[in-house]
Design a protein around this ligand. Structure first.
Ligand SMILES: [Zn+2]
Ligand SMILES: [Zn+2]
Length: 344
């Protein structure tokens, strides 16, 4: 089978590797599409160093082709469309046993992505994954929508951390693809959604997905503006979807008393910020984060997208063949695109 691997900075190659054989508890998925996440983009530019050649890809969707001996084919019918959570979790650590397997210490080490060699991953024709990490999708779902199961699951995990209540004011900082997914999920949760984003093209997309107010941080003081819009209180929930630490300080500043600030994006570089301990004391705000998708968030995402409760296909801006992988990565890095996928 063929895989796409990053071979050097800003260069990929196609390799032939043995087709995986599903283990007794595994499912073999014939991958049809895989989107390029920020993580793989960082390996492509070598901002994140990995042993090369490196086969990335975790936003995959395809069709079940074969199941292992111990997998019930009635539960995982051959020919069904499916997405897979490629982060494995140990199942026995404190986090796994307390319903937060997204924080499992062993998760990344056990995933194919950690191998950093020519092992099957999302950017290839086949992957064997544990049945309990395989999520069935409706037959009529388009791959342009199906590849969002993983990124939308990440966002749903973040939304769960935010504990939005009906009628809340929610601020989303950053209107990239993850910011837009936060806008969508916050709207579904019954909030008034304020997006902070300077790009007019992204503003348009956010509004098409229901953003109530878009503030341009180049033109207005976003903290002051949010306070004005909320009677001086601030927002009940603020999500920082950008990797900009100064905006984390801003996010805390605009969080109302009893509110939640969720740091969604990871930080590169991870510069420390100053926080007023007295503000935390007096306001009882909760400062938290969100990392990777939980199994529950993955399942919810697969259900929402299968039922077409939201249509994310417009956010899949470009699609390329394996041979065009270099271009796909370059385009994924461009601020003009939201998600870019490779077809297999
Ligand atoms: Zn991802
Ligand atoms: Zn664990």
């Amino acid at each position: 089978m063929k895989v796409v691997a990053i071979v050097e900075e800003r260069k990929t190659g196609i390799f032939d590797i043995p087709k995986p054989v599903p283990g007794p508890n595994q499912v073999l998925i014939r991958i049809h599409a895989c989107a390029l996440c920020t993580f793989e983009q960082r390996v492509f530019t070598q901002m994140t160093k990995k042993t090369l050649p490196y086969v990335g890809g975790h936003e995959l969707a395809g069709v079940i082709e074969e199941v292992g001996a111990d997998v019930d084919p009635k539960l995982f019918p051959i020919g069904s469309k499916a997405a897979a959570r490629v982060l494995k979790n140990c199942g026995v650590c404190y986090y796994c046993r307390h319903g937060q397997e997204n924080l499992c210490k062993g998760a990344y080490a056990k995933s194919a992505a950690a191998a950093g060699t020519l092992t099957p991953n999302g950017l290839g024709e086949y992957i064997a994954v544990d049945a309990n990490q395989t999520f069935l999708l409706s037959d009529d779902i388009a791959y342009e929508q199906a590849v969002f199961v993983e990124p939308f699951a990440c966002v749903l995990n973040s939304i769960e951390r935010g504990k939005i209540e009906l009628g809340d004011d929610v601020v989303v900082i950053g209107g990239g693809v993850m910011g837009i997914l936060h806008v969508i999920a916050a709207k579904m949760s019954g909030a008034r959604v304020i997006l902070s984003e300077p790009d007019p093209a992204r503003e348009k997309v956010a509004k098409s997905y229901g953003a109530d107010i878009v503030l341009n941080p180049k033109e207005v003081d976003v903290v002051a503006e949010v306070k004005k819009l909320t009677g001086g209180e601030g927002a009940n929930v603020v999500f920082n979807t950008t990797p900009i630490t100064a905006l984390t300080s801003q996010a805390i500043e605009m969080t109302a008393m009893m509110g939640r600030m969720v740091q969604y994006s990871s930080m590169h570089p991870d510069n420390p910020i100053e926080v007023s301990p007295n503000y935390i004391h007096n306001s009882e705000i909760i400062i938290t984060g969100s990392k990777s998708p939980s199994i529950k968030a993955f399942d919810t995402s697969a259900r929402i997208l299968s039922k077409k409760i939201v249509d994310l296909a417009p956010l899949l801006t470009e699609s390329y063949s394996m041979e065009e992988a270099d271009k796909a990565f370059e385009r994924a890095l461009s601020p003009e695109t939201y998600r870019v996928m490779i077809r297999f």
